[in-house]
Ligand binder design. Structure first.
Ligand code: S3P
Length: 169
């Protein structure tokens, strides 16, 4: 099934965006772009280092620049950073270029997936379930407002999730 527009996967850290993006690419033959990895490659610095040296706003600017570029590329599967939709401008750019699919997961699942991670500066010093719950709640309206569709991921395989995403088209 060939994509006729981008699919942007959004959602909180650890909700499965990268895994599902890879699976969607296998199923559609589309290319994958992993925003965090692309930014790391271009900057030659890890995300934590970018936050530490230049600050979060600078990182958010890099995300906006990248989203603009992606808008001019062939349709692909875009695995966004967990905070990409925090900027209205990014959401407008993404809406103009494709379909935005929100992946959701329970806070416990998210905590389990991210607890060993050393490169999630937003959780630095706060790597615990109660903070994750708090931040997920605070961000929930942004994710929901940006999304064209939402898919729950808990207890499901990437294939099941991706079939649902592709059926919704
Ligand atoms: C962030 C999520 C990260 C990364 C950066 C900021 C966030 O992406 O973009 O650390 O603000 O939620 P993942 O969702 O891929 O971990």
């Amino acid at each position: 099934m060939k994509l006729d527009q981008h699919i942007f996967l959004i959602g909180f850290m650890g909700c499965g965006k990268s895994t599902c993006a890879a699976c969607l690419c296998r199923m559609t033959g589309a290319e994958q772009i992993e925003m965090d990895q692309e930014i790391v490659k271009r900057q030659g610095m890890e995300i934590t280092e970018i936050f530490r040296v230049h600050g979060e706003e600078y990182f958010r600017d890099l995300e906006t620049d990248l989203i603009k570029e992606i808008g001019n590329m062939e349709p692909m599967v875009v695995s966004c950073g967990g905070g990409t939709v925090l900027r209205e401008e990014n959401v407008a750019l993404m809406k103009a270029a494709g379909r935005i699919v929100l992946l959701t997961a329970e806070p416990e699942t998210v905590f389990d997936r991210v607890k060993g991670s050393a490169d999630r500066p937003v959780l630095n010093g706060n790597m615990n379930l109660s903070y994750i719950k708090e931040l997920m709640e605070a961000r929930r309206p942004r994710y929901e407002a940006a999304a064209d569709a939402a898919v729950a991921t808990d207890g499901r395989t990437a294939e099941e999730i991706c079939e649902e995403i592709l059926e919704q088209r």
